[in-house]
Design a protein around this ligand. Structure first.
Ligand code: ADP
Ligand code: MN
Ligand code: MN
Ligand code: MN
Length: 373
């Protein structure tokens, strides 16, 4: 089984150094989204004292020509700290710092979708928009082979694996367990985890988060997952269809509610939102994966608990629909709805922004989403 060489180094020796006292210095790991819109990058600096809020953190910069973010001529990019978390790897008082990226002339970088999202979220604060996202992922070896799958051939067909227990059903639980604790330590608003339908596929849920916090917390949860997997010598893939054929894809179901939807009789507001979404299916599909729908085209086939990418549908408890109203919400006549279309590798800033644009700002028109306007 192909785990990384680094993961096989002697961890007891590393621990000897990690136990050295660090006096009053603090390590801050700055984290940002690279030019692929999917990859994360990080680098560390020493601070003289423990930062209490992002306001205490200095701006920084990096070489954008090495992250697909600029050409060589104006390659300096700015890192603007926007969210502060505890560091579960180096532990207190060290920090993980999520950053926005600005270009050399201080414009949002092309894949800095947070910039626009935070403006839109501040316009709808009074509606108290809550989100919860279900992040599915697949564990791979460093040879890109699904973790613990036979070298040749396939495991038994899907059926026993979803929420499964036992060595023949749950492949790689160590990762999910370590990630969950690391997120709790960091202050990421993780609310659950489960084994998924395909063996070696898992899900964690983050939420509920209000407004811009959804994107911040999900991106930090993804960073922590990659970092945990690095320690184990494995890879977490967010590819929406890692194994072609009769195997489940990976999505990032996005649950959404407003204050009005959560109040008595809020089901009516949910139905109104769904009517608006029905008229803008193409626009949303365009925004729900980093390739404008091409990634999701491999996943949204109408099989494996997905809807067809070309057709909008909605229903109570229907897992084959674009939008599902959970059973309990139908009964209570208030609550939230689930958009099942976003791909596992979606940008949560983009997904939450377009939901707000369509459902709350009542934008219309089904033209594809215009990136970073
Ligand atoms: P599923 O049955 O689709 O697998 P999960 O239990 O995996 O559902 O995830 C439910 C998600 O719904 C969680 O991310 C949670 O934060 C979110 N959620 C719960 N209540 C609300 C709400 N009122 N508004 C928005 N999201 C919500
Ligand atoms: Mn789920
Ligand atoms: Mn799931
Ligand atoms: Mn779901």
């Amino acid at each position: 089984m192909a785990t990384s060489v680094s993961s096989q180094l002697n961890k007891a020796i590393k621990q000897q150094y990690m136990e050295l006292i660090q006096s009053d210095k603090v390590q801050a790991m700055y984290i940002w989204i690279d030019g692929s819109g999917e990859g994360l990058r990080c680098k560390t600096r020493t601070l003289d004292s423990e930062p209490k809020t992002v306001m205490d953190l200095p701006e920084w910069n990096f070489d954008g020509s090495s992250t697909y973010q600029s050409d060589g001529s104006n390659s300096d990019m700015f890192l603007i700290p926007v969210a502060l978390f505890r560091d579960p790897f180096r532990k207190d008082p060290n920090k993980l710092v999520l950053c926005e990226v600005l270009t050399y002339n201080r414009q949002p970088a092309e894949t800095n979708l947070r910039h626009s999202c935070s403006k839109i979220m501040s316009m709808v604060e009074d509606h108290r928009p809550f989100f919860g996202m279900e992040q599915e992922y697949t564990l791979l070896g460093v040879d890109n082979h699904p973790f613990s799958w036979p070298i040749n051939g396939f495991p038994d067909p899907q059926g026993p694996y979803y929420c499964g227990v036992g060595a023949d059903k749950a492949y790689g639980r160590d990762i999910a367990e370590a990630h969950y604790r690391a997120c709790l330590y960091a202050g990421v608003n993780i609310c659950g985890t489960n084994a998924e339908v395909m063996p070696a596929q898992w899900e964690f849920q983050v939420g509920t988060c209000e407004g811009i916090n959804m994107g911040d917390h999900l991106w930090m949860a993804r960073f922590i997952l990659h970092r945990v997997c690095e320690d184990f010598g494995l890879i977490a893939s967010f590819d929406p269809k890692p194994i072609p054929g009769n195997w489940n894809g990976a999505g990032c179901h996005t649950n959404f509610s407003t204050k009005e939807m959560r109040e008595d009789g809020g089901l009516k507001r949910i139905e109104e939102a769904i009517e608006r979404l029905a008229k803008r299916h193409r626009y949303h599909i365009r925004a729900y994966d980093p390739k404008g729908g091409l990634d999701n085209a491999r996943r949204l086939t109408g099989d494996h608990e997905t809807s067809n990418i070309d057709q909008f549908s909605a229903g109570v408890a229907n897992r084959g629909a674009s939008i599902r109203i959970p059973c309990s919400v139908g009964q209570d006549r208030k609550g939230y709805f689930e958009d099942r279309r976003p791909s596992a590798n979606c940008d949560p800033y983009m997904v939450t922004e377009v939901l707000v644009r369509t459902c709350l700002l009542k934008e219309e028109g089904d033209e594809p989403f215009n990136d970073n306007q």
